[in-house]
Design a protein around this ligand. Structure first.
Ligand code: NAD
Ligand code: TYD
Length: 355
């Protein structure tokens, strides 16, 4: 038996592949285009594992997909491949349209052709799981209930609009062609192997490097943090028992304002790796210009997943963030490798060149 994972050299996909191979005796074909966000260092522990087959390529390449699907005959596909960073989507939305919309379309068409040719038993067992985001639902006010699966789609950024479009394609391929799809919409992930353009790893690494900790606007935007291993367990559960054509919201019940998240990280670092000058890391906090169109609050109502499939997150924010900070302290080599080269260009573009 084989599964095909796309985007498995990225943050969540990489964690998913590592966890899958630790728990299952089943081959993983890992298709990843290795954009700036794809990193084979994350998968270095699988170097001699014959159950992991890495393929460098794009979900938009129909010829490659046809070959891979026919050769490996996967029973399941988990689609993580995407452009995923809101700030980059503001600077350059084109890649988001290409990968998240056109790429997903090409993947769906290749998978549909493959699935149509399977025998009935394999067709029935087949699953295409599309990994999406809570950002498709737009923004919440402080008083609104968290996002349920029945909320309207109201995406506000080029990133969330492109993910919303991909969700609609996946839904349509189920309703029109009968493709056995599942969609998960999850909240902000954090944990090991997170690329340091996103808030949590950026703050940990800037703090350790003695650099400013940039807080957009007033820092009171709320995100609902989900430990990445919990997200991976939710996806495994949805693959096992999710109802075809359904969507499942995945969240950690951890709503936090950005400023609180940053202060928590600073306090953990004060304890685990105190600054040499005895100052608190929080003294590095710097308020910077807000993100255009910045969504104020995201929060996930994950009760459907708990009620129907019995899934619950294992980590609280307090336990997960401590593990995460410790992981970054323990893995300077991984950090050094991802923060060289193009990473520096992005930091210069987004936060300005250091004086
Ligand atoms: P990431 O940016 O860390 O990784 C994306 C991976 O996809 C990279 O390895 C990249 O090389 C690969 N990729 C990009 N374009 C590709 C293409 N055309 N073909 C094949 N591979 C390609 O992203 P992530 O944070 O791991 O997110 C994974 C998925 O989860 C995305 O679909 C994202 O929208 C969704 N998601 C992420 C979060 C989060 O907090 N990180 C939250 C909700 C949903
Ligand atoms: P991010 O990690 O980019 O995820 P998303 O935009 O998908 O929620 O950002 C998380 C929150 O942190 C978001 O409200 C923007 C904010 N943020 C900052 O305040 N400073 C930063 O340098 C970054 C990268 C994000």
């Amino acid at each position: 038996m084989t599964i095909l994972v796309t985007g498995g050299a990225g943050f969540i996909g990489g964690n998913f592949v590592l966890d899958w191979l630790a728990e299952h005796n089943e081959t993983v074909i890992n298709l990843d285009a290795l954009t700036y966000a794809g990193n084979l260092d994350t998968l270095v522990s699988l170097k001699n594992n014959a159950k992991h087959i890495f393929v460098h390529g794009s979900i938009g390449d129909r010829t490659l997909l046809e070959k891979l699907l026919n050769e490996h005959q996967p029973r399941t596909i988990v689609n993580f491949a995407a452009e995923s960073h809101v700030d980059r989507s503001i600077h350059g939305p084109g890649d988001f349209i290409q990968t998240n919309i056109v790429g997903t379309f090409n993947l769906l068409e290749s998978v549909r052709a493959y699935w149509n040719n399977l025998d009935t038993e394999r067709q029935t067992a087949f699953r295409f799981l599309h990994v999406s985001t809570d950002e498709v639902y737009g923004t919440l006010s402080q008083e609104d209930p968290p996002f349920a699966e029945t909320n309207r789609y109201e995406p506000n950024s080029p990133y969330s609009a492109s993910k919303a479009a991909s969700d609609h394609l996946v839904r349509a391929w189920h309703h029109t062609y009968g493709l056995p799809v599942l969609t998960t919409n999850c909240s902000n992930n954090y944990g090991p192997y997170h690329f340091p353009e996103k808030l949590i790893p950026l703050v940990i690494l800037n703090a350790l490097a003695g650099k400013p900790l940039p807080i957009y606007g007033d820092g009171q935007q709320v995100r609902d943090w989900l430990y990445v291993k919990d997200h991976c367990s939710a996806i495994r559960r949805v693959l096992e028992a999710g109802k075809l054509g359904e969507t499942y919201n995945v969240g950690g019940w951890n709503e936090k304002a950005n400023l609180d998240v940053v202060q928590t990280i600073c306090a953990i670092l004060d304890e685990l790796k105190p600054r040499a000058d005895g100052e608190h890391y929080a003294s590095q906090i710097t308020f910077v210009q807000d993100r255009p169109g910045h969504d104020r609050r995201y929060a996930i109502d994950a009760r459907k997943l708990e009620r129907e499939l019995g899934w619950k997150p294992a980590e609280t924010f307090e336990s997960g963030i401590r593990k995460t900070v410790q992981w970054y302290l323990d893995n300077p080599q991984w950090v050094d490798n991802v923060t060289s080269g193009h990473y520096r260009d992005w930091i210069d573009q987004q936060y300005g060149r250091p004086a």
